[in-house]
Design a protein around this ligand. Structure first.
Ligand code: ADP
Ligand code: ZN
Length: 728
């Protein structure tokens, strides 16, 4: 009897490849036949490329002309559930299927024969002589004690030739082994006891356990330190007891180390880890083990959503409001929303954890679409920090200084008490603008619509859009006058100078992502601070996320008004979230905390909402405003980004599209633009944006599809569709 869906030898089938073709191509099944979902190698022109058996061929083609699948690859087949997810996500985000497959198979070496590669890790021997190149290799290996590097990857990361690695192998300082075929992860034991939960926590954990084993979304809301992690680990335990797999998404790689340690403490072993900092060999291993049930739990970045889980039963999205869940390059998607989609297909539970949920999630909980659990207080005796504004109009501050006398006094008080203070400024570098005092010229990036930011630590000007750097000039490029260029405004590096001047005996740590060469260096710095290695912490938004500093009792926000500028409709929501999040850093242990917000507009409704603490009132007001304008989540939005080397053709195309917008109007959608995109030029490419707004029930994607059908893009012009854009 034929097995269900089996394609016997010579049957017509469709194979999807990751080639930029967009759709599956028809082939004949190979000798011995194959199953749907099998990874195969097919001839394509003169080449052979990997692909996945997508379904039955459609019979339109002459069988005599079809080519045969070359062979079935030794890779676990793709499950129907993952295929469905890729199809539905592709339809939602309007992404060609080939690009979806690329997302799901990005792991290098995936399609090679097992054992074809060697993997590298630190050895025990000492090299006869140490060179700079060798040192670089050993440093990279020390950053990844688990090893699992491929040769090319290791050499590239270290910035050396593969021969340097080979030389170290010959001396035993680097160990080289054949990649093992199977290497399951150590077993997590969900029967180990967790912490004794408080009343609120225990009730939330019980509710999550009750909802386990089937699709459903729960917002787990609670201030930082209220024990959300402890609670959702109980949902993980239940999922593991049911023999299903759990996925935890974190917004920031720097948070994984601390989290892995907590999982190990709870379940006796470490889960699989998936993000850009994990070696390629390790990623390939996890990909395979996830498919074969050799990994019960994965902790990772948004791309972990595309792993081939054998039986995914739970997805946690921690800090679900975090902007970094939105992928802004290549395939544009929001990992939180796609997590819900995937879970709905495979019958998994979803937990969205946050102290300050996104408005979308808050509304979904309000309407009853999502369940909601609240943790009302911090764990232990720690109180929520008191929050106050410092009215900067009343403070006397010297020029080129940003810490008000009131804030200085408070910091001194903490230092005297042996406690930590944190100063928050969401601006990397030394100064955001460099201005010529002779002609007023501001130094901009040559490739982007952005000003160059002075980074004194790097001794260069840096473009935060494209990463381009240049030396800090001494002569104004506009007027040629020498010695008149001056930094204007503060970045964290400049704030550090002021701190050194005002608190000369304090030990100061600056946490800004660009000041650390590696994720490990950043992690070490964070651990050092947590252990009391600093009195004053200066940080950008990386300090807002989840780190635990037990002795921190004061948070000073240098510029609480920063996020309120600009026209983004999400500005209020974002500022509210960020300020609450930052303030939540203070007073986590026995000591109560204080958060002080320096502001020039203490009467601004958002600042008042942040200080007032009536969060639900803030969300209700925001929701009402969005509803009145028909904006998300009450209406739907899509962005169309046209980009190219010249700006004129972009507007011409945009205007042409705007003239023939009947397919959009037919579904009641409105088109705005073309207008310069929020970032109007990046890496030398101009960007023009059109925004589409529609009612929630409108068939937006099919309408966009009709509208753009047959559009001819001028040379070098690209068109990207952004469903649910972050800024509007
Ligand atoms: P959140 O995820 O909401 O920020 P965490 O789960 O990280 O909160 O909890 C904050 C701190 O309090 C952690 O160090 C955690 O281990 C501790 N904690 C929370 N709940 C308990 C509990 N029931 N028993 C012991 N420690 C707890
Ligand atoms: Zn630039």
């Amino acid at each position: 009897m034929a097995e269900p869906g089996f394609f016997p030898e010579g049957a017509r089938l469709a194979v999807l490849t990751a080639e930029p073709i967009g759709r599956p191509l028809d082939y004949l099944a190979p000798e011995g036949g194959c199953f749907p979902g099998a990874f195969v190698e097919v001839p394509l022109g003169p080449r052979r490329v990997p692909g996945v058996v997508w379904g039955a061929g459609d019979g339109r083609f002459d069988a005599a002309k079809l080519r045969r699948v070359a062979r079935v690859l030794d890779v676990p087949p793709m499950r129907a559930e993952l295929q469905q997810f890729l199809i539905r996500m592709g339809n939602y985000t309007m992404t060609p299927m080939s690009a979806m497959l690329r997302l799901a198979t990005r792991t290098p070496g995936l399609f090679e024969a097992p054992g074809a590669r060697k993997v590298y890790r630190a050895g025990t021997g000492t090299p006869d002589r140490m060179t700079e190149a060798r040192q670089k290799v050993l440093a990279v290996l020390a950053d990844h004690p688990g090893g699992g590097f491929y040769l090319g990857e290791l050499a590239q990361l270290a910035g050396v030739t593969p021969n340097v690695v080979k030389g170290l192998v010959a001396q035993g300082a680097v160990s080289e082994i054949e990649e093992p075929r199977d290497l399951p992860y150590p077993t997590l034991d969900p029967t180990l006891p967790g912490k004794v939960l408080s009343g609120d926590q225990a009730a939330a954990a019980a509710a999550l356990r009750g909802a386990a084993g089937r699709f459903g979304v729960t917002l787990l809301k609670g201030v930082t330190g209220s024990g959300k992690t402890e609670v959702y680990l109980e949902a993980v335990a239940e999922c593991l007891r049911q023999g299903r797999q759990a996925l935890v998404l974190l917004p920031e790689i720097a948070l994984t180390t601390e989290f892995l340690a907590r999982v190990e403490a709870r379940f006796g072993a470490r889960p699989g880890e998936w993000h850009s900092g994990v070696t390629q060999g390790e990623r390939r291993r996890l990909w395979k083990m996830v498919a074969e049930n050799g990994a019960q739990m994965v902790v990772g970045a948004r791309s972990a959503l595309f792993l081939p889980f054998r039986d995914l039963g739970l997805v946690i999205v921690d800090e679900e409001h975090d902007g970094s869940y939105k992928q802004e390059e290549g395939v544009l998607y929001n990992a939180r929303d796609m997590a819900v989609l995937r879970a709905s297909i495979c019958g998994a539970q979803v937990v969205l954890a946050s102290a300050t949920p996104s408005l979308e999630t808050w509304v979904n909980a309000e309407s009853g679409k999502y369940a909601r659990l609240d943790l009302h207080s911090r764990f232990g005796v720690a109180e929520l920090p008191e929050m106050r504004a410092i009215d900067m109009r009343e403070e006397h501050i010297e020029s080129a200084h940003w810490i008000s006398p009131t804030l200085v006094r408070e910091v001194v008080g903490r230092l005297n008490a042996g406690e930590q203070a944190m100063l928050f400024l969401n601006r990397r570098g030394y100064a955001p603008v460099t201005v010529c005092r002779a002609c007023g010229h501001q130094i901009g990036c040559d490739h982007c619509d952005a000003r160059m930011v002075e980074h004194r630590f790097l001794k260069r000007l840096v473009c935060h859009q494209c990463g381009e750097t240049k030396p800090i000039p001494t002569v104004c490029p506009a007027c040629g006058v020498e010695g008149k260029l001056a930094p204007v405004g503060p970045g964290v590096e400049r704030l550090a100078e002021e701190v050194a001047e005002r608190f000369p005996t304090a030990r100061v740590a600056v946490l800004s992502s660009d000041l650390f060469g590696s994720a490990r260096a950043l992690k070490e710095a964070i651990a050092g601070i947590a252990n009391g290695g600093a009195d004053i912490i200066i940080g950008t938004q990386i300090v807002a996320k989840g780190h635990n500093f037990p002795r921190l009792t004061l948070v000073g926000v240098i510029d609480a008004d920063l996020g309120l500028q600009g026209s983004d409709l999400r500005a209020a929501e974002k500022t509210f979230q960020l300020m609450r999040q930052v303030a939540g850093r203070a007073g986590r242990a026995e000591k109560p905390g204080l958060a002080l917000l320096q502001t020039f507009q203490p009467e601004h409704p958002v600042i008042r909402a942040i200080l007032g603490g009536d969060e639900e009132a803030f969300w209700r007001a925001e929701a009402a405003a969005r509803q009145a304008q028909g904006m998300p989540p009450y209406g739907r939005m899509a962005g169309i980004i046209l980009s190219g080397p010249e700006v004129q053709p972009l507007f011409e195309l945009g205007n042409e599209l705007a003239r023939r917008d009947a397919p959009l109007r037919r579904v009641g959608a409105q088109l705005f633009g073309p207008a310069p995109a929020p970032i109007a030029r990046v890496r030398g490419r101009h960007r023009v944006r059109m925004l589409i707004r529609a009612d929630r029930t409108a068939p937006l994607q099919p309408a966009i599809h009709d509208w753009l059908r047959g559009v001819k893009l001028p040379n070098a012009v690209r068109l990207a569709i952004d469903i649910d854009p972050q800024s509007f």
